[in-house]
Write a protein of this length. Structure first.
Length: 294
């Protein structure tokens, strides 16, 4: 399902030039705007998702009155030197233009749940709730310029390029550090047995990590590390090992062709089966069968 940012606003005095330029990546939407501003332009914005507002260009004096509620006095801010704002979900932002005539800005909206899945245990939700209005940061600005160029690119590069830039900007903004590696405990005997039995019973289909984690009552990350600590290999490698054991049983039946065995044990085709078997066992399936059956 594609992430769609949810914004509500009530504004006047702004005229969008050339239309919105939008790019979408994994849980991130980048919007590039070019807007002409009347002397009395202003209004309020509120989003249901967190967003980063980055002023790339401001013509005129560069000043506007920014405040978090209409009752507050607000402070005159200079977009030429304080071009970045992080706005948490649900936070209203009011703006009154003072001497701006044109602005070009980038908005990055992101899905918290997707970000949490991507960063896993390195994710810290606390900075997500803390607004940071009107600050400067040369690294974030450099990334924003590259993202904006990709939004405007009529022949965009591979999605991994824009995705990497935008995720990097959010990581820098939130100061997400890599968690120190922790020694994971092994699975309890009942957890290991339940997981292994399930893998071996269902090894001929694609097994999602979420299924195995649910069986053991652990998070996906915890289960994956604990399974490897217990067995020495990752869950998907254990599944491949189980498939190859099934394949060996079928190889001992002379009437079964290699094509049939490959299909019945979940491989894409005979070539894929042969390649995986040789890598794991050291010889081809045909050679292994000959050695066993004589």
């Amino acid at each position: 399902m594609t992430f769609q940012p949810r914004m509500h606003n009530k504004i006047s005095g702004f005229n969008v030039v050339g239309g919105l330029q939008r790019r979408q990546w994994n849980g991130i939407v980048a919007d590039l705007w070019e807007v002409e501003c009347a002397p009395d332009a202003g209004g309020f914005y509120v989003g249901e998702d967190p967003r980063v507002f980055i002023m790339l260009e401001a013509r005129g004096g560069g000043n506007c009155n920014l405040k978090v509620s209409p009752q507050e006095r607000g402070v005159v801010q200079n977009y030429h030197s304080q071009a970045i704002s992080y706005v948490p979900a649900g936070m209203e932002l009011w703006a009154e233009v003072i001497d701006l005539s044109f602005v070009r800005h980038l908005d990055l909206h992101f899905d918290i749940e997707v970000l949490q899945r991507r960063l896993m245990e390195d994710f810290d939700a606390r900075p997500i709730e803390t607004p940071r209005l009107m600050f400067e940061d040369p690294r974030i600005m450099a990334l924003a310029q590259l993202i904006a160029a990709e939004c405007a690119n009529p022949q965009p590069l591979h999605d991994l390029y824009g995705d990497g830039l935008s995720l990097g900007l959010i990581i820098d903004l939130m100061k997400v550090n890599r968690a120190e590696p922790r020694k994971r405990s092994q699975l309890a005997n009942w957890q290991l047995r339940r997981a292994v039995d399930y893998v071996e019973e269902n090894c001929l289909r694609s097994i999602r990590l979420e299924e195995l984690a649910s069986l053991t009552g652990l998070s996906q990350s915890h289960f994956s590390h604990a399974f490897k600590a217990s067995t020495g290999i990752a869950p998907h490698q254990w599944q491949m090992k189980a498939r190859l054991e099934r394949a060996k049983e079928l190889l001992l039946k002379p009437q079964a062709t290699l094509t049939t065995i490959a299909a019945e044990t979940g491989f894409a085709d005979q070539a894929h089966f042969t390649r995986v078997f040789r890598k794991a066992v050291g010889i081809t399936p045909a050679r292994w069968r000959k050695m066993k059956l004589g």
